[in-house]
Ligand binder design. Structure first.
Ligand code: NAP
Length: 488
């Protein structure tokens, strides 16, 4: 297997900057290499934008903003519907691109394409339902008209772990709301977003509405945009430290922000849980996307009385998962994104084992090319271990135990993060009690999968704020205007 097997797919990717409806090179002619994390070999190159290119992209977004805001909602909805259809028609090609640049298995990439496309369909359906209100003032002396208007030009910054879905989760509602935008994809995975951009252009998106700027200098190309008073909003998905930096940079212009940041999800298994369901849920919550997901289960907290059985079954299941190139048919776990990601996982496991953790399966990186790490289960993990406090972003499941519901909640909430928590129990009252008490924006009750375009996705605490998807997602791109009406 090699480049010749997928050359046609790679060759279909436009590799320039997309500004004002035109593809072009970066002003300095610079390029950045994109590599296959399973082999380390190059897949191709994309344009390396300079700050002045990003400013040109903002110029285009500003230029298109008025007309796009005035475009009838039905027309905006139709563009999204055609975009959804184009993604669906080209699903195999998009999935292969995602696997090649990001590493996840083809099965996972197909699921991501479907998930990503659904944001376009969902927000196309929302575009025509942006409401307002007309009411009588309490004194009866006047009328109050409220309407929703697009916030204006947006900067959308996306991570490498779901290169398509984290894009459409922002692009979909921005288009639906009538906003124009500059998208800055992650430098490690720009190819699938560039291909998607081509599909959206073919779907009839007018020039200037969507501008895409790939760059190896994220801070340098986004700084002048955030300092520019014409930009009105930043939506960011990525790590908490970068989110904090962006909030500081947003302060002078009081930019509206949506922040989808890191997680440290607890996965709670109570003594009355259905263990078949809990193990299946654990595999999904841990191993989806090779463990490189903000909603990945990061800490397994298991009732003492069922911990031995749960640990043995999870270790057995994870130990049998086939590791390999994501494009190979029988692969269940692909590589991590790069050497740094694998080094971090290696360090976290070493720290845990130095403090006495038992390796039940895995615990090392296979030799050979690519950034692979074996699916790993650790038990007897000491409370002060780094792996319980930091985002692992890899296929490692650390298991600790609890004796009471109260202790489980204290452990679960003992983190600065608050994105998602998973709860496995058969008892309805406990499920609801614990679900409410978890300090997270989302909870999976007896399921390891919460992501759904029709649901509000997002966190609290250091996991950020704002919601993507669901009925809330479009509100992030709308400003409420109130008009006081004198009725005489
Ligand atoms: P990251 O390093 O924070 O990067 C995310 C994006 O921000 C990339 O496009 C990156 O560009 C850009 N960036 C980095 N530094 C920047 C700066 N100083 N100014 C402006 N932009 C900057 O995160 P990542 O490693 O790609 O993604 C993994 C993180 O995302 C994890 O923490 C994960 O939990 C989080 N995540 C959260 C959600 C959610 O919905 N809550 C979803 C998915 C992922 P470059 O690629 O050029 O570095």
């Amino acid at each position: 297997m090699g480049r010749h097997d997928w050359a046609h797919v790679l060759d279909s990717v436009p590799t320039g900057l997309y500004i004002d409806g035109q593809w072009g090179g970066a002003s300095g002619g610079g390029r950045i290499e994109v590599a296959d994390p399973a082999t380390g070999e190059p897949l191709g190159e994309v344009a390396d934008a300079r700050p002045e290119d990003a400013v040109s992209a903002l110029d285009a977004a500003v230029g298109a903003a008025g007309e796009w805001a005035a475009t009838p909602p039905r027309e905006r909805a139709e563009v999204l519907r055609r975009g959804y259809q184009a993604m669906t028609d080209n699903a195999e090609e998009l999935a292969l691109l995602t696997t090649l640049e990001m590493g996840k298995t083809l099965t996972e990439s197909r699921a991501e394409v479907a998930y990503a496309a659904e944001f376009l369909r969902w927000f196309g359906e929302e575009a025509v339902r942006i409401g307002g209100d007309w009411s009588r003032s309490p004194s009866g002396a006047g009328r109050m008209l409220t309407m929703r208007q697009p916030v204006g030009p947006c900067l959308l910054i996306t991570p490498w772990n779901f290169p398509l879905a984290m894009g459409t989760r922002k692009i979909g509602p921005a288009i639906a709301a009538g906003c124009t935008m500059v998208v800055k994809p992650a430098k490690l995975t720009p190819l699938s977003m560039l291909r998607l951009t081509g599909l959206l252009a073919e779907a009839g998106l007018p020039p200037g509405v969507l501008n895409v700027v790939t760059s190896g200098s994220a801070a340098a190309v986004t700084e002048p945009l955030m300092a520019d008073p014409r930009l009105r909003k930043v939506s960011f998905t990525g790590s908490t430290p970068v989110g904090r930096t962006l909030m500081e940079r947003a302060a002078p212009n009081l930019l509206r922000l949506s922040m989808e940041l890191g997680g440290n999800a607890p996965f709670l298994v109570f003594d009355d849980a259905d263990l078949d369901l809990a193990v299946a849920g654990a595999v999904t919550a841990k191993m989806r996307n090779n463990g490189e997901s903000c909603v990945a289960a990061n800490r397994f907290l298991v009732a003492e009385s069922v911990a031995a059985e749960f640990s043995a079954r999870l270790a057995d299941r994870m130990g049998r998962m086939r590791v390999g190139h994501g494009a190979e048919a029988d692969t269940e776990v692909g590589p991590l994104i790069d050497a740094d990601a694998r080094d971090k996982v290696t360090e976290l496991v070493a720290d845990a084992t130095d403090r006495g953790a038992n390796v039940r399966t895995g615990g090392s990186a296979p030799s050979g090319k690519g950034w692979f790490y074996s699916p790993t289960v650790l038990t007897e993990v000491a409370p002060e271990s780094r792996i319980l406090r930091e985002e692992v972003f890899g296929p490692v499941a650390p298991i600790t135990t609890f004796d009471s519901e109260r202790e489980a909640l204290e452990l679960a909430n003992g983190t600065e993060y608050g994105l998602v928590g998973y709860v496995f129990t058969r008892e309805l009252n406990r499920a609801l009690r614990v679900g409410e008490a978890l300090e997270t924006g989302m909870v999976g009750l007896n399921t390891g999968l919460v992501s759904n375009p029709a649901a509000p996705f997002g966190g609290i605490k250091a996991s950020g704020f704002g919601r993507e998807g669901g009925a809330e997602g479009i509100q992030e791109y709308l400003a409420t205007k109130y008009i006081a009406v004198a009725t005489g």
